[in-house]
Design a protein. Sequence first.
Length: 176
Amino acid sequence: TTNNESLYKAMKSIKNFGRDLDDSGLCVNPNGINYKINEFTGLLGSLECERVESRIKKRNELVERYVQNLSNTTYKPILQENGYCSYYKFICMTSVDRKFLRKFCADNNISLTGEVYKIPIHKQPLYKELYNDRDFQITDFVCNNHICPPLYPELNLNEIDYICDILLKAEIFFEG
């Protein structure tokens, strides 16, 4: 709560992705976020807390299978070295062209999940001017050369094996 009108307006804008407070809400200012949550989303979040540990455990099991199946290939998983990771995404570096790989997987009924960043942060319109004089070669390389295979806790090991088989076939077709 506040009795400061300008602080109130600034907070209201920030909690709405940084949008202007006029009726259009089209112009986005820097550093906006989304702190809005409705009752239904809150209920789902509360219910998810009851199964979060088992879902994280399952994701870790699936990641282990990916790592096992993709060892000795050009696919290189990015793994968390310390602690316990939830693996929201399974990030894998590859030399196979992503556009080719995405189509090859789709033709085999596999939908690769979205990349972590298709366009790196330093090239996003909001930050482009701030970083236009900097060279982020590693960031650019990672953004251009990673994929995120499916990693839903509802997947089973046979499905992970199938996905890996298709990734390996794509590697052979691409290089051959």
